[in-house]
Design a protein around this ligand. Structure first.
Ligand SMILES: Cc1cc2nc3c(=O)[nH]c(=O)nc-3n(C[C@H](O)[C@H](O)[C@H](O)COP(=O)(O)OP(=O)(O)OC[C@H]3O[C@@H](n4cnc5c(N)ncnc54)[C@H](O)[C@@H]3O)c2cc1C
Length: 538
């Protein structure tokens, strides 16, 4: 390689949860690590996130007296994942459940991060190995100053990180923002005074503090544009910065953890055809990693998988953006597809998977999708009214269902029949079509099985699009259980690792728990780091 301007043991491309976990693991083991971040902000989508972190058989659950094991977690992932996935993903699932609890302890030992259990159950807790509590965690608040000179460089979120993940639910921030703020006022004031934040801000602060404490070097505004190879091994990357190109050489290897490709219009259009509402991640997530990996000979897989989640419109960095909120799971609302029919329980955590359902040719079956609600849906939520103002025309009102149907281009007669049928379920206390509110997850979210049902009958009626919103695509390089990148023939590309959303994620659109991107991403970063520590190619 010519013009080498930097040498390290491990080059980590990206600065989200997967990247920083990999960097920390390597640096904690004594390797010299350089972290490259394309933007002027650290943390990527991970910093914006709620940092809901799904880790089975973790020590916090054990301390709370909750029994869990690797074997139960593996049984659960096998039972809860889409059919056919076990064939290709089983080895990766096993590596994940083996490493996840070790990774969590490692983070608490090597960083200021402290995780607390949240109350949430697994999303399909009734499946074999499922748990009603104990696998979901989120970080407690941390002072951003722990990230030293990078404290002001942590990417800000669309979510209110003054609150912890659990406080958002305990205070019912969505319906009662004022009373939630008053309830936690003393804590919030303390956090404001001390510059402390929770959720993804805390996660990235803690990870950065650990990385900096272990002498990782951080390069901002440094966009990797190509991987460098020598004799079939990856030995570094070409990096663009302020219009100049430099080469970073890595003695042991390169970890690609550059997030998803959702902001690349062509890639997104190819793998996610059909209506799309909004994206929730930073605009820099343009699939650079996936492109570099493919160029280096990696097999790309799971490119049609993503974190598909309901969002409301908001403004981020001056442009229209999605803020993730499960706002469709409300009493006086249903989801209908283009035919005017319901197609899933609105309270299902994996409603994104249902919205994104495809036919044999990969085309969406239901899109466009609409929330149809009555006046009580809007009246109950100041949050909805606040965000609806951010995108003119999103919230559509009409005096009758027939006129609403006409406005949104859905056939009126089926819509009226659907609403009448749903209203009859409400009267009888049971959703015979999709069992809304009945699963462990749905009853937990609704506050009891019957509490999920409420008629749609009071004018005005409202509709809002609820097409796919994507928080991060989940397709990328196929890897083995060590995080090493594979070619299509199954051989390893020496020196090349991928983690997080840049890998072909073994947990795809269907989330087996809330927090099943951050938890696995941290774990895959940790696994890549462990492999690099033991893979001394000299
Ligand atoms: C608001 C919000 C809330 C969420 N809440 C949760 C939650 O509670 N639990 C959960 O599990 N998931 C959550 N998610 C999803 C989760 O945050 C993401 O899936 C996850 O953070 C992705 O992690 P990552 O490390 O793969 O990528 P990212 O965190 O996106 O990091 C990728 C980084 O790589 C950088 N990069 C890209 N290209 C290059 C390049 N060429 N060179 C150098 N750097 C590059 C990017 O700028 C970015 O900083 C949420 C998402 C959003 C938007």
């Amino acid at each position: 390689m010519s013009d080498v301007s930097d040498e390290c043991d491990v080059l980590v491309i990206g600065s989200g949860s997967a990247a920083l976990a990999a960097a920390l693991r390597c640096a904690g083991g004594g390797l010299r690590v350089t972290i490259l971040e394309k933007t002027g902000r650290l943390g990527g989508t991970s910093a914006m996130s709620g940092a809901g972190t799904w880790i089975p058989a973790n020590h916090r659950a054990a301390e709370a007296g909750i029994a869990d094991s690797e074997a139960e977690a593996l049984d659960y992932i096998r039972a809860a994942s889409p059919s056919g996935w076990q064939e290709t993903e089983d080895e990766l699932w096993a590596a994940f459940v083996r490493n996840a609890p070790v990774m969590l302890r490692f983070l608490e030992q090597r960083t200021p991060l402290r995780f607390a259990l949240t109350d949430e159950p697994d999303t399909m807790a009734e499946k074999p190995g499922g748990k009603k509590r104990g696998r979901m965690l989120s970080p407690l608040p941390l002072r951003k100053s722990l990230a030293g000179r990078y404290a002001r460089r942590i990417r800000r979120s669309t979510l209110p990180h003054l609150y912890t993940y659990q406080e958002v639910y305990d205070g019912d921030l969505y319906h009662r923002p004022v009373s939630a703020t008053l309830r936690f006022a003393h804590r919030l004031v303390w956090r404001l005074l001390t510059g402390s934040r929770a959720q993804g801000s805390a996660l990235v602060t803690g990870l950065l503090a650990g990385c900096l404490g272990n002498n990782c070097r951080v390069e901002l505004n440094a966009r990797a544009v190509a991987l460098c190879s020598e004799d079939g091994s990856i030995v570094g990357a070409t990096v663009e910065r302020n219009g100049n190109r430099r080469t970073f050489r890595a003695r042991r290897g390169v970890v690609v953890a550059t997030g998803g490709f959702e902001w690349d219009r062509d890639l997104l259009g190819k793998h996610f055809p059909g209506a799309l509402d909004r994206l929730g991640s930073p605009r820099a997530n343009e699939g650079d990693g996936q492109k570099m990996l493919a160029e280096a000979g990696a097999q790309l897989a799971r490119m049609d998988q993503a974190n598909v989640y309901p969002t409301m419109p908001t403004i981020y960095e001056g442009k229209l953006h999605g803020i993730p909120l499960i706002f469709q799971a409300e009493k006086h609302a249903i989801l209908v597809d283009r035919t005017g029919n319901r197609f899933a329980s609105e309270y299902d955590f994996n409603i994104g998977e249902a919205i994104d359902r495809r036919d044999a040719n990969g085309n969406p079956v239901h899109l466009p999708v609409w929330i149809v609600a009555d006046r009580r849906f809007v009246r109950r939520s100041p949050t909805l009214r606040w965000y609806a103002r951010k995108q003119k025309g999103w919230l559509i009102g009409a005096p009758t269902l027939a006129s609403l149907a006409e406005k949104i281009g859905v056939p009126a007669a089926p819509l009226e029949t659907t609403v009448a049928r749903f209203n009859s379920f409400c009267a009888n206390g049971r959703d015979l079509d999709f069992h809304r509110g009945e699963s462990v997850w749905e009853a937990f979210k609704a506050g009891g099985a019957g509490a999920a049902l409420g008629t749609i009958e009071q004018a005005p009626f409202y509709a809002m699009s609820l097409n796919r919103s994507i928080l991060g695509t989940k397709g990328g390089a196929r890897t083995n259980a060590n995080g090493q990148v594979l070619r299509a023939d199954g051989s390893v590309i020496a020196g090349l690792y991928a983690a997080g959303l840049a890998m072909a994620n073994p947990i795809g659109t269907r989330a087996v728990g809330p927090g099943t991107t951050i938890g696995p991403n941290l774990t895959w970063g940790y696994i890549c780091g462990s492999s690099l520590l033991s893979d001394n190619r000299g």
